[in-house]
Design a protein around this ligand. Structure first.
Ligand SMILES: [Zn+2]
Length: 186
């Protein structure tokens, strides 16, 4: 896994890209929930499910199918009175699906563990990207508070923190441009 910090940073950048009128505290709570949810599969390790099993770590909860399912369900809690077929529901479903999927994509950029079962439950093959610059995060908290954890944070600062910061600056620039264009139009 990438660390929770890395996953949340990317989810934050994704959330900032969404129409601001749709953003609420609950939106952010679900954004954080969705970006870390796939790692709930580590609980399987505690009950004896092997890492390499399709229900194991980086298995089905890191798949595209799981992300689609989460994306379809989460908007029910945000816009309960909105029709499933409305634009608002659809955009939120795509957003939360992508936030959930971002987890597996980041994990596939890490340099350790097994790959990601992107196509589970149809195909249990594990995949990594050919380029894996992010130091893999330890599963246990104890190991995280060590030089290993420090290395993880440093690599995420470079490979996730900098791109996220750049993207937020671009968004801010675009927002300002839109605002000044709006003022000129009046
Ligand atoms: Zn993971």
């Amino acid at each position: 896994m990438a660390s929770a910090f890395g996953h949340v940073a990317v989810a934050y950048a994704m959330g900032k890209t969404v129409d601001t009128t749709w953003i609420s505290t609950r939106f952010w709570v679900f954004s954080v929930f969705c970006c870390v949810l796939p790692d709930a599969d580590v609980l399987g390790l505690l009950v004896g499910i092997p890492y390499e099993h399709v229900l194991g770590h980086r298995g089905i909860t890191h798949s595209i199918a799981f992300a689609v399912l989460v994306g379809l369900v989460v908007p029910c809690f945000l816009v309960p009175h909105s029709s499933f077929w409305s634009k608002h529901y659809g955009v939120l479903a795509i957003y939360f699906g992508l936030v959930t999927m971002s987890h597996g994509l980041l994990d596939a950029l890490t340099d350790g563990g097994l790959g990601i079962a992107f196509f589970a439950p149809f195909d249990a093959t594990r995949y990594f990207f050919p380029w894996r610059p992010i130091t893999v995060s330890p599963i246990g908290l104890t190991q995280f508070f060590s030089s290993w954890g420090l290395g993880v944070l440093l690599s995420e600062l470079i490979w996730l923190g900098i791109p996220v910061a750049c993207w937020l600056l671009i968004l801010r620039g675009m927002k300002r441009k839109r605002a000044s264009r709006g003022r000129e139009a009046h």
